[in-house]
Design a binder for this molecule. Structure first.
Ligand code: ATP
Ligand code: MG
Length: 523
C-alpha cells in the first residue's frame, strides 16, 4: 500500500541516518491510521516533503578561475568590481574547500543587473541557482515555516528554495532584502540572521521540517536597492558590492553587445535579419528611456525585435534595419525630451539633484512670490526633512535681505510658494537646501538662473554648504539630462574620483562651501 510505496522511495534515496529514522517512524504511524484519514494525509505530505529535499545531493564546483571569468564577462558588460570580488571568492573557496561567508550583497538601482549577475555567478561556478524574493515578507513563518499541527502548514521559503534547487550547495539569491518588513507576527530578519550565520546554519531549523537542515554549503547572495532599510545585524553579516547606474556610453555598449544579441536570439532572429545601428540605440537610450539601469532599454529592444519578426514572417521584407529617424515608426513618438535641461534661463526655477531608490534624478524647484502676509507655502509632497531645509533656506535669505538688495520687511508683505513638480513621487532629504535657497533668491531679486546649472547641497542657517550622499548617481542623472555645470559641496570633492571619465569630460564640477559661491555660479 501507500506505506510500502514510501518505503521504496526512501530506499532509493541517500539519506542521513537521522532523516531515515524520522521517516521510518512517520511511515509506521501512517500504517496505523485508517486509510484516507485526514491525519494520514498530513503525514504523507510530510514524508513527501522530506523525501524531496536534497539532504546529500550536491553538484561539483567548477573552480577554474579563468573559465569563471569568461562566463561572467560573457553575461555582463562592465561591473568590474563585483566580478573581481566574485573571482576572489572562488579563489578562496578553492583553497579552503568550505568557505564561511562573507555573504555578498549586490546593492544598486533597478535594472543594473543585480539579479542577473547572481544567476551568472551560479553559472560560472556550475552550481544550481535558486531565487526567492523577500519583498513584502513580514512574517517569520514565511522564512521558517509553520508547525505541522497548523492547518495548511508548509515549510518556509528557504526550505522550499532548497527543494527547488535539488542540491545541497546551490547559489541561493535572497532578492530585495531591503524590502522585508516586520510586524506583530514576528520579525523575519531574526530568522534570516540564522540562515546567514555560518556558525549556525548547518543546523537550520524549519518548523515544518522539524529536523535540522544543513545550509552551510549554500552560497547565499543578496540584493537591495539601498542599504538604509536593511536591519543592522543583517548588514553586519554582509559585504556590500555597489552597482551604481550606467552612463550613456555604457548603456550603448550593453545594448549593442548584450541586449540586442540576447533579444534577437529570444525572438528567433538571425543577426542579418535585424540590424540596429549605434545611433539608433543611442536615440532609444536618450528619448525612450530614463533610468539608471537598462531594463526599459531592454524592453524597447525586445519591442523592436517583435516588430521585426512580424515584418519578416509576413513576408513584407527579408531583413530589417532601423535608422534613427525610423524609431518612431516602431516605438511611437519619443517619450522624453533629450536634455531635460531648461531651454532658457529662468527666474525662480532651479534644478536640484535627488538620489532615490531608483537612482539619481533631476529635481526642479520652483518659487513664486505673491503679495500676501508672510506665509511660506510648500507643495509637491515634500518630506519633513525637506521642509526643514526649505525653512532654513528661507531664514538664510531673510538674514541676507540687505545684502541681496531686498526690502527688510519683504517677507511680511509677500507669500512665498515653493513647489516641486512631479508631486506623485515623495521627496525627502536635506540635499535640496542650496537649490531651494537659490530659487528663492532668484524669485525675490528677479535675477535669472543659468539654464546649464544643476546643484546639490545641504544649507545651514548661515549659508554654509554641507555634504550630501549619492554624488555619483546624481551626476549621472544631471549628465543624462544635459546639464553642463554641477555645483557640489566642497566636502564631496573626494567623491569626484568615482565619477566616470565620460561624465567628467562633459560636465564642469564646481565645489562650493558657501551660498555666496552658489549664487555667483548660478545667477
Ligand atoms: P531590480 O532591482 O529591479 O531587481 P536588477 O538589478 O536585479 O533590478 P536585472 O533584472 O538583473 O536588474 O537586470 C535587468 C536586465 O538588464 C537583465 O536582462 C540583465 O541581464 C540586463 N543587464 C543589466 N546590466 C547588464 C550588464 N552590465 N551587461 C549586460 N546586461 C545587463
Ligand atoms: Mg532584481
Amino acid at each position: 500500500g501507500e506505506a510500502d510505496e514510501l518505503r521504496t522511495l526512501m530506499e532509493e534515496k541517500e539519506l542521513p541516518e537521522r532523516v531515515k529514522e524520522k521517516i521510518e517512524k512517520e511511515i509506521d504511524r501512517l500504517e496505523k491510521m485508517p486509510a484516507s484519514s485526514a491525519e494520514g494525509g498530513v503525514i504523507r505530505n510530510y514524508v513527501d516533503m522530506l523525501l524531496s529535499l536534497p539532504w546529500t545531493e550536491s553538484t561539483e564546483d567548477d573552480l577554474d578561475i579563468l573559465k569563471a571569468e569568461q562566463v561572467l564577462d560573457a553575461d555582463h558588460y562592465g561591473l568590474e568590481k563585483p566580478k573581481e570580488r566574485v573571482l576572489e571568492y572562488l579563489a578562496v573557496q578553492k583553497l579552503v574547500k568550505k568557505l564561511k561567508g562573507p555573504i555578498l550583497c549586490l546593492v544598486g538601482p533597478p535594472g543594473v543587473g543585480k539579479t542577473s549577475l547572481a544567476r551568472s555567478i551560479a553559472r560560472s561556478l556550475n552550481r544550481k541557482f535558486v531565487r526567492i524574493s523577500l519583498g513584502g515578507v513580514r512574517d517569520e513563518a514565511e522564512i521558517r515555516g509553520h508547525r505541522r499541527t497548523y492547518v495548511g502548514a508548509m515549510p518556509g521559503r528557504i526550505i522550499q528554495g532548497m527543494k527547488t534547487a535539488g542540491s545541497i550547495n546551490p547559489v541561493f539569491l535572497l532578492d530585495e532584502i531591503d524590502k522585508m518588513a516586520a510586524d506583530f507576527r514576528g520579525d523575519p530578519s531574526a530568522a534570516l540572521l540564522e540562515v546567514l550565520d555560518p556558525e549556525q546554519n548547518n543546523t537550520f531549523s524549519d518548523h515544518f521540517v522539524e529536523l535540522p537542515f544543513d545550509l552551510s554549503n549554500v552560497m547565499f547572495v543578496t540584493t537591495a536597492n539601498t542599504v538604509h532599510n536593511i536591519p543592522r545585524p543583517l548588514l553586519d553579516r554582509m559585504e556590500m558590492l555597489f552597482i551604481p547606474g550606467y552612463t550613456e556610453l555604457e548603456k550603448l555598449q550593453i545594448a549593442s553587445r548584450y541586449l540586442l544579441p540576447k533579444q534577437r536570439k529570444n525572438h528567433g532572429l538571425e543577426e542579418e535579419q535585424l540590424s540596429i545601428e549605434d545611433d539608433t540605440l543611442l536615440k532609444i537610450v536618450r528619448e525612450y528611456t530614463r533610468e539608471s539601469g537598462v531594463r526599459n532599454l531592454e524592453q524597447q529592444i525586445a519591442a523592436l525585435c517583435r516588430k521585426a519578426a512580424k515584418i519578416i514572417v509576413s513576408g513584407e521584407k527579408e531583413r530589417v534595419s532601423i535608422l534613427p529617424a525610423e524609431v518612431k515608426d516602431y516605438l511611437g513618438a519619443s517619450k522624453y525630451r533629450y536634455g531635460m535641461a531648461e531651454l532658457e534661463d529662468q527666474i525662480g526655477t532651479v534644478t536640484g539633484l535627488a538620489w532615490t531608490e531608483v537612482g539619481g534624478d533631476t529635481l526642479l524647484i520652483e518659487v513664486t512670490v505673491v503679495q500676501g502676509t508672510g506665509k511660506l507655502i510648500l507643495t509637491g509632497q515634500l518630506g519633513d526633512v525637506m521642509k526643514e531645509s526649505a525653512q532654513a533656506a528661507f531664514s538664510y535669505t531673510r538674514s541676507k535681505a540687505e545684502e541681496l538688495g531686498l526690502a527688510p520687511d519683504f517677507y511680511e508683505k509677500n507669500d512665498i510658494h515653493i513647489h516641486i513638480p512631479e508631486g506623485a513621487i515623495p521627496k525627502d532629504g536635506p540635499s535640496a537646501g542650496i537649490t531651494i535657497a537659490t530659487a528663492l533668491i532668484s524669485a525675490l531679486t528677479k535675477r535669472y538662473v543659468s539654464k546649464d546649472v544643476a546643484m546639490t547641497g545641504e544649507i545651514t542657517l548661515r549659508g554654509r554648504v554641507l555634504p550630501i550622499g549619492g554624488l555619483k548617481e546624481k551626476s549621472l542623472a544631471a549628465h543624462r539630462a544635459g546639464y553642463k555645470k554641477i555645483l557640489l559641496p566642497k566636502d564631496n570633492e573626494r567623491d569626484l574620483k568615482d565619477i566616470p571619465e565620460s561624465v567628467r569630460s562633459d560636465v564642469e564640477f564646481v565645489p562650493v562651501s558657501h551660498m555666496d559661491q552658489v549664487l555667483k555660479h548660478a545667477l
